[in-house]
Design a protein around this ligand. Structure first.
Ligand code: NAD
Ligand code: ZN
Length: 254
């Protein structure tokens, strides 16, 4: 079934959620556009603005590290200002009331946790922290962005002098295996799988909805644009997430 009517979509989702034993949400950049963070592929999105710094470049070149920190520090202002929106909040409320097992996200903005979600698998890591590539030391990001902006110099790890990088998965860097394993397990166990605001073209993340549908879950895809997996979904909603989630009765679901 396909609809662009938020009321109809909300009613169907509510019904399936009520009947579900293991519901999982899978989210992409589209869930955070209504919080003011641009996605990758839309006009004005990240790809039209920045040159990509690949992981191997970051590792070997001080210039690439500088360019990376420059870009990330700019994006940081956007992330720091952003607040969770109705979709993040509803998912957190569903988890709290035991209706949603957890959230698998491609996002690095930390807005699910800020909304109160606890069971979150971050496939691409988080931009809220930095990690040392040489000794695994980690810290909150704020102080290090401030230092970069002030000194105009790439910060180094305070314990080993190694290379500090945002704790995100860069292009050319492999995904955290444990997170991916857990996400695949959830997808396999799910009886309801909500894919929200993702173009579903980035592998291996896009394979999760496929695993869920293959295992017999009802797959719901809510996205402004068409996705390659629309054909295998039980429900496709072509529209804005906020409109659908505002139509859902969160209090009634508690
Ligand atoms: P994407 O940019 O490929 O796709 C986002 C999709 O969301 C698009 O198809 C668009 O039509 C849809 N969309 C945008 N706003 C929407 C709305 N309000 N309602 C419904 N649909 C909406 O993003 P992706 O598939 O998540 O993959 C790209 C990568 O970009 C991810 O790996 C992620 O790590 C990274 N990224 C993350 C953030 C973030 O953390 N907020 C932002 C930009 C990019
Ligand atoms: Zn270190």
């Amino acid at each position: 079934m396909q609809t662009s009517d938020p009321q109809q979509a909300a009613q169907q989702i509510q019904e399936w959620l009520d009947a579900s034993r293991f519901a999982v949400a899978f989210t992409g950049a589209g869930i955070s556009t209504e919080s003011g963070i641009p996605d990758f592929r839309s006009p004005g999105g990240v790809w039209s603005k920045y040159r990509t710094v690949y992981f191997d470049e970051f590792c070997r070149s001080p210039e690439a590290r500088y360019e990376y920190w420059r870009q990330k520090s700019e994006a940081h202002q956007e992330f720091a200002r952003a607040e969770p929106n109705v979709t993040h909040q509803t998912l957190a409320a569903w988890e709290e009331s035991g209706r949603l097992h957890g959230v698998i996200t491609q996002n690095i903005d930390g807005l699910h946790q800020q909304a109160g979600s606890r069971n979150v698998q971050q496939l691409h890591g988080t931009a809220r922290e930095v990690a040392c590539l040489d000794c695994d030391w980690r810290d909150d990001v704020d102080r290090w962005v401030a230092e970069f902006l002030e000194m105009d110099r790439v910060p180094i790890c305070p314990t080993c002098g190694g290379r500090l990088k945002h704790a995100t998965v860069s292009f050319g860097q492999s995904l955290p295996e444990e997170v991916l394993d857990t996400a695949a397990r959830w997808a396999d166990e799910a009886d309801l799988f909500l894919a929200l605001g993702s173009s579903l073209v980035v592998e291996p993340a896009a394979s999760l909805p496929r695993i869920a549908a293959g295992g017999g879950a009802k797959l719901v895809i809510i996205n402004r644009d068409e996705t390659p997996l629309d054909g295998m979904a039980s429900l496709v909603v072509r529209g804005a997430l906020g409109e659908v989630f505002r139509a859902l009765d969160v209090d009634g679901a508690a």
